[in-house]
Design a binder for this molecule. Sequence first.
Ligand SMILES: [Zn+2]
Length: 198
Amino acid sequence: MPQKPTACEFCFQPKNPICWSQRLDAWTCLTCHLTQRTAMPEYTDSKEPKFYVPPGRYILCVTEYAVKYRQTGKTAGSQEFEVKMEIEGQGCAINEYFILHSSTIWRVEAFIRAAGIVLKKGQGWSFIKNEGLDKGWQWTDLIGLRVHAQLIQDPQPNGRIYNKVSVYYSDKGFLPKRVMAEQAESAENAPSEEDIPF
Ligand SMILES: [Zn+2]
């Protein structure tokens, strides 16, 4: 990669990402727009990014999630988990939105069952560690959960194609959780009984 300039030769802006924007072959000063060409782009043998797969059955694995609250519509105020799942072996991922609202909870529960998690009817549960600890809620750690799922394609008005889950299968066998690097590290520090998600 090209070397970062030390400072702008014209306005002397310091060399940091706030003052400079980086291209493959140049840095541009955001104050005076002086562009310092550094080198030709180096060949990196990059592959065309893949954004979706053909419809079919795949294994999904949760790699990231973010907790939000719905702002609008009939689900406003409900907790929402924006979940990123790797489509295993395909080099791409899918975003799923689990909304904890009475009208959408069936989808979340279908996912939970597909992941092989057994909850009793009426049992409290949470995706957030320590939430409901005093009430005896079961914590389900999303990270590393794996499911069999049917994917379909969802073409957008802008021409992009996304995948969407049409079915979470709970009759195709269950898959062991994937142990993430972070989890493997903390496992070395001997977690206490109640830290172990089921
Ligand atoms: Zn400058």
